[in-house]
Write a protein that binds this ligand. Structure first.
Ligand code: ZN
Length: 118
């Protein structure tokens, strides 16, 4: 589960474990702007990522047990939160053959004639 949103200035204080994970950046606290992940070290990823997106004021985060787990969490938040700045679907870690769990579920829904989301 995501922790936050917290003020972006607190990222280096609150994210202090060297682990994979996912994060969400916000300009307005109610409007997710960007969903991203770190395959190795979430701690070193959030502040530089926020600097790439104009006007970020808030973030939330969640650690993951592995790079693949981080990817699957990133996919779930990407589909659930519909962040405004993500132009493309998240890419799987290069060393894995991970599939997005949401897209796979939607494929089955389409095959079964129930439609899907995004
Ligand atoms: Zn997907």
């Amino acid at each position: 589960m995501l922790s936050g949103p917290w003020p972006i200035a607190l990222a280096n204080l609150l994210v202090n474990e060297d682990k994979p994970g996912v994060y969400v950046l916000y300009r307005d606290v109610h409007e997710p702007a960007y969903v991203g992940r770190a395959d190795r070290d979430l701690r070193s990823r959030i502040t530089p990522s926020a600097a790439e997106h104009r006007g970020i004021r808030w973030f939330s985060f969640e650690y993951a047990s592995s790079a693949l787990d981080a990817y699957q969490k990133e996919c779930r938040y990407y589909h659930e939160l519909l962040p405004t700045d993500n132009q493309l679907h998240p890419d799987a870690p290069t060393f894995s053959n991970g599939r997005c769990p949401v897209c796979v579920a939607n494929t089955f829904k389409i095959i079964l004639g129930r439609g899907g989301i995004r």
